[in-house]
Write a new protein. Sequence first.
Length: 556
Amino acid sequence: MAHEVDREFDYVIVGGGSAGCVLAARLTEDPHVRVLLLEAGGNDSHPYHKSPLGYAIVRYRESSNWSYHSDPDPTLCGRRVFLPRGRVLGGSSTINGTVYVRGHPRDFDEWRQLGLDGWSYADVLPYFKRSQRHWRGESFYYGGSGPIEVVPVDTEGQLYEELVETAMAAGHPYSEDINAEHPEGVNRIELTVSRGRRASTSQAFLNPVRHRPNLSVRVRAQASEILFEGRRAVGVRCLRQGQVEEVRAAREVVLCGGTYNSAQLLLLSGVGPADDLLGHGIRARLDLPGVGRNLSEHARLGMDFLTRDMVGLNRMLRLDRMALAAARWALTGKGVLGTQALSGSLMLRTRVGLERPDIQVLFVPALEDQRVWFPLVRPARAPGIAAVVQLMHPESRGQLTLRSADPLAPPRIQLNLLDADADLASLRAGIRATREIYATNPMAGLISRELVPGPGAVSDAELDAFCRSAATTAHHPVGTCSMGTGPMAVVDTELRVRGIEGLRVVDASVMPTVPGGNTNAPTIMIAEKAADMMRGRRLPPAELPKRQDADLSLGG
């Protein structure tokens, strides 16, 4: 590792998160390149960071979380929404639910149709493969020797078989693989988990190479400004241990702070909409109107159903069983603490003519407020199961702006989460499809009644009111430093900030649209691809089979 007092590097990476850890590991494969990785948070050493189920706790711990909140959202009855983002090595890959879903192949072909050469599904598939060590082994769609392990959710005691039988009886196909060519249908979720422990990018990519003499990792170092000489980025000013430090980059500064923080740092540094910057007393170095715009998120909402008996995870949460589960996990990495509480997933198209699913339903084998219980000591809460209805391809767009010129102040985040009528229509259809599934045997035989939204919410207006009062985000923000070719684009197809030399953005903020899955997997892919761009390399595109998408939409 480079010496702590060093101030000169070839690359300075701002943000040791899902992308930054990958990029640091790949760039330092060249022993002649010196890399500094700056992370505002600390090390990912807490025990809760290790268990996949620990995300239910760490996502609320301010020591490893930016804990942002949106502005009051008029499309959500004026509610403010909690927006967790990882503030720790590994970033949000250290506090997320470990779910690995790449998105539909058409999501990336759509990027190519927007004019983004080199970003079609054929172009990005090799980088998805390079990053992973898939449980199925090396194949056309999967990598078998990459750093990050991908495994199926452990379905023991999670009602998986009952869910599959029910969904198929309700008319939905079974999908063998959620991350291959045809993810439609009911399927088993995959996770970034290794031997029962969370496989964050810090654990999988960074930790194995932290000994490299050409890599320096500095935690609790919050970037406050990008340093420029003319139109070239030459370094970063950061706050560390109460002191202001400056570090220099001979080649490039790379922003990997994520959708909220990368855009905020550009704005603080005078790169963004000039009028907005002047309103905060910041001199506009470059009038780049797209910075902070195009914010896109998956809206999601929960449905709760009471069950007749202690089924699924409700039964497993009895104190003596959880004690045994903890011992089993500590010794073997197996069991409920080494996986996620997910019965399965359903990808569906809610109307005829759609080319890809617009709704994902995640089935959960317990209610969120269920707790560890034991007879006569701590009674269990009412047993139940849940479903999370998630919008895959939102039309609604929000924006991020500065709250002040103070780099320690959180940004203003305006979600406009349900601004588009089409988004509400898809969510309504997703709720109705979920009801149909849970009204079908064998799952119907387990359920006593619908609790949320309740049987009284039937009409479009009633379901819209429920959506606006209950929807939140899936914690998958993208788009505030969007890649593109038009006037609102922030970076080009090489992820270089337009109009600035020596500055790139490599994280989810560059995605022009949000993929139809969890954003961690495509963020890792972007970092893998960026590392090759920066080294003058490129993997050849995959030779895809001819695609034949069946119409699996409701009513189709």
